[in-house]
Ligand binder design. Structure first.
Ligand SMILES: [Zn+2]
Length: 399
């Protein structure tokens, strides 16, 4: 059994939308009140309040104000309190680690992302349509809301979260499911480069080059231009804010489309192979330096951290993770070659000899006569390693 998230877009009627906003407002008020309680306790008595204590006072308030809180689901309110608790835990962890702490904030309606529910049936019920396509969400205090979307596989609905973004509502369901996915028979190895997203070599001898989609390159260029525009504007000004918003919108759009693209590509690859091999995923550790410390918070935080890096980064680590996940779902094997011992980019796939290449040397040529594109040669080396078919060599095996 595994857990998976599925998102459906909600189509509330105008009066339902108003009631949902009321719920969001109550959760916002609850968050702010609970935050204030924690700050007060700390100021007056240097005492910290626990999640359990806040739940207890919630129960008490619910008893005292039954009418005001009738529409509010109790476990849902507890989730908001739990989130605040987590925000505090993260704050203390960052303080301890000497990072810039980021104290939990009071929230406006714009900053309130949404609210969650616990077990299915407790204040909400989702009924999917045929083949998990579309459906309806019944919400306590709101009614039956139309939902559009589709889950890839069905399963047991566990919990849900309502997300409010720029006027639209989504429900994100956590589903427990036993996935079904069929793999293929081939072994494949991939290398990624600056020019091509993936170079794929298969055991049947076929070679495939997969490009980054064209929209990705244009969107990347637009993003860089937009971020430059942001940095030229006066910080905090109206134009600065407008440019920031445009950049954030574009980033979210790119991230969504790219994830979608990677999901489709990895599903296709997983359906064709029994073994997929690639160089080890490089673990990136760059965010720490970008965030800086309390004494010296990084000046480049916005530019370096998070989405920007993920979007401008050409190493397809997200894609590799999706391929790994899906290949394993089919019962296939995802193998990571030990880059340092194997040296795929320096090795000749025909005679296994090593020769250093510079980064802009795009063509592999060898004294043995073998020549081809550098990335394809590297993928071939990894494929040999994965299949254990290296001529006359002691094999460096998977770690
Ligand atoms: Zn050679």
């Amino acid at each position: 059994m595994e857990r998976r998230k599925v998102t459906y877009q909600l189509y509330p009627t105008p009066s339902q939308a108003m009631r949902m906003l009321d719920l969001l407002r109550s959760h916002k008020d609850l968050w702010n009140a609970a935050l204030e309680e924690r700050i007060d306790a700390w100021r007056k008595a240097a005492k910290s309040i626990s999640y359990a204590q806040q739940c207890a006072s919630l129960t008490q308030i619910r008893g005292e104000l039954p009418e005001d809180w009738a529409a509010m689901n109790c476990s849902s309110q507890q989730i908001t309190l739990r989130r605040l608790d987590k925000a505090f835990a993260a704050f203390f962890r960052r303080v301890k680690a000497g990072q810039s702490p980021g104290f939990p904030r009071f929230k406006s309606m714009q900053r309130m992302r949404g609210f969650g529910y616990k077990s299915h049936g407790d204040g909400w019920r989702f009924t999917p349509g045929a083949d998990c396509k579309h459906g309806t969400l019944r919400l306590q205090g709101v009614g039956q809301i139309k939902a559009r979307g589709q889950a890839r596989t069905g399963g047991t609905i566990k919990s849900c979260e309502l997300v409010h973004r720029r006027g639209d509502w989504h429900v994100s369901l956590t589903i427990e499911c036993a996935p079904s996915r069929e793999g293929g028979a081939a072994a494949a190895a991939a290398d990624w480069g600056v020019e091509k997203l993936l170079s794929l070599v298969k055991s049947d001898g076929s070679v495939e080059r997969i490009e980054n989609p064209r929209w990705f390159k244009t969107a990347q260029a637009r993003l860089i231009a937009l971020d430059k525009a942001v940095s030229r504007k006066k910080r905090g000004s109206k134009n600065w804010r407008r440019a920031k918003r445009a950049s954030a919108r574009l980033k979210a759009g790119i991230a969504r489309r790219r994830l979608d693209h990677h999901h489709q590509l990895s599903a296709r690859i997983a359906s064709e192979v029994a073994i997929f091999a690639t160089e080890e995923l490089r673990v990136k550790n760059m965010t720490a330096s970008a965030a800086g410390t309390i004494e010296n918070p990084g000046s480049m935080v916005a530019q370096k951290a998070g989405l920007n890096r993920e979007i401008l980064d050409t190493a397809p680590s997200l894609l590799m993770q999706l391929i790994a996940y899906k290949v394993q779902e089919t019962g296939g094997q995802f193998m990571q070659a030990p880059t340092r011992q194997l040296k795929p980019s320096q090795r000749c796939p025909s005679c296994w000899s090593l020769r250093k290449k510079t980064l802009n040397e795009r063509w592999h040529t060898c004294a043995c006569g073998h020549e081809e594109d550098r990335d394809i040669a590297a993928a071939r080396v990894v494929l040999h390693w994965a299949m254990g078919s290296i001529p006359g060599q002691e094999l460096p095996r998977a770690a």
